[in-house]
Write a protein that binds this ligand. Structure first.
Ligand code: URA
Length: 298
């Protein structure tokens, strides 16, 4: 499979001398190389690695590598009003109430506090933590997964378990890491028996996810798996049909209504079960790399 030069430029950065500089260990670099080989990449186009990631040391036009205003682990305390208001809204209240609550949250910390105070019913009761988000709040690329698993529930951070390792390798293959993307899930709580959310639960939680996207204000959205694609795009189409096809997600930002290029792809947990599908995910990643290039994000 012949890959785009841009992708190999980034691979040069990941595997070349800059690997140590950006804190990639030899083991991580080899694991990412393993993922690429599994995905069917069999040819390097450039002989010399190009260190594109060194831009991280100069004042960037890219928000993704700016020092974050608020880090996902260091959110500023939010106003007591939001918490008080959240305590009066629950999964059984009409979605309109959840929408009104989510729209009053002006910062990520307020949104996180609102979710923590919100009565999430059975979905929340079985979880030990609200798993909110990880990565750079100023990232241009936002990934949305499905729901926390056991490890995420224990640590309160999305994608820290087995599927996360593969996800990290996937994003490393296009020159990204957790400091340059923002990751969240459709569900902030680990569902009992990892079940899918009911339509009512999904409808009540969607306004929080929509507000989350507004607050991050990404340039590219990547939807990991069927649940994410279904909820964000509001479609019932299967992921194997949706993946690899760019769609748009309408969001609002300070500048008004915006259309965000959105790519559904396969969930890393699915790829662990179906390794042969990695070649499809690799195509999708190449497509993201091209979109980043077009938008001047790489
Ligand atoms: N799978 C997801 O979709 N999200 C996580 O956070 C972990 C596994």
């Amino acid at each position: 499979m012949r890959q785009t030069p841009q992708v190999w430029l980034r691979l040069g950065a990941v595997f070349g001398s800059s690997a140590a500089m950006i804190g990639v260990t030899k083991e991580d670099a080899l694991a990412t190389l393993g993922w690429l080989i599994d995905a069917g990449a069999d040819e390097a186009i450039l002989e010399e690695p190009v260190d594109r990631l060194s831009r991280a040391t100069s004042p960037p036009a890219q928000r993704g590598i700016e020092p974050p205003r608020e880090t996902s682990h260091n959110l500023r305390p939010s106003s007591p009003n939001v918490v008080q208001q959240a305590a009066e809204v629950s999964l059984s209240t009409a979605p309109g109430a959840a929408r009104a609550l989510a729209s009053t949250c002006r910062t990520l910390s307020e949104l996180k506090s609102a979710l923590e105070a919100f009565d999430g019913g059975e979905l929340k009761r079985g979880a030990s933590k609200t798993v909110f988000g990880d990565g750079s709040p100023t990232a241009k690329i936002m990934l949305i997964g499905e729901a926390p698993g056991r490890d995420e529930d224990a640590q309160g951070i999305p994608f820290v378990g087995r599927a996360a390792k593969l996800l990290d390798q996937m994003i490393a293959a296009i020159g990204l890491d957790r400091t340059k993307v923002y990751i969240t899930n459709v569900l902030p709580w680990r569902p009992p028996q990892n079940r899918d959310p009911s339509p009512e639960e999904a409808a009540s939680l969607l306004p929080f996810l929509q507000r989350h996207i507004e607050l991050i204000n990404p340039e590219i959205l990547i939807l990991l798996g069927a649940v994410s694609a279904r909820h964000v795009l509001g479609t019932s189409e299967g992921i194997l049909r949706l993946r690899g096809k760019w769609d748009v997600y309408q969001t609002t930002s300070g500048d008004g209504l915006r259309s965000v290029p959105t790519l559904p792809t396969l969930h890393p947990a699915y790829l662990l079960r179906q390794p042969a599908a990695k070649r499809l995910a690799w195509r999708d990643l190449c497509s993201v790399a091209e979109k980043m290039e077009q938008l001047g994000l790489s």
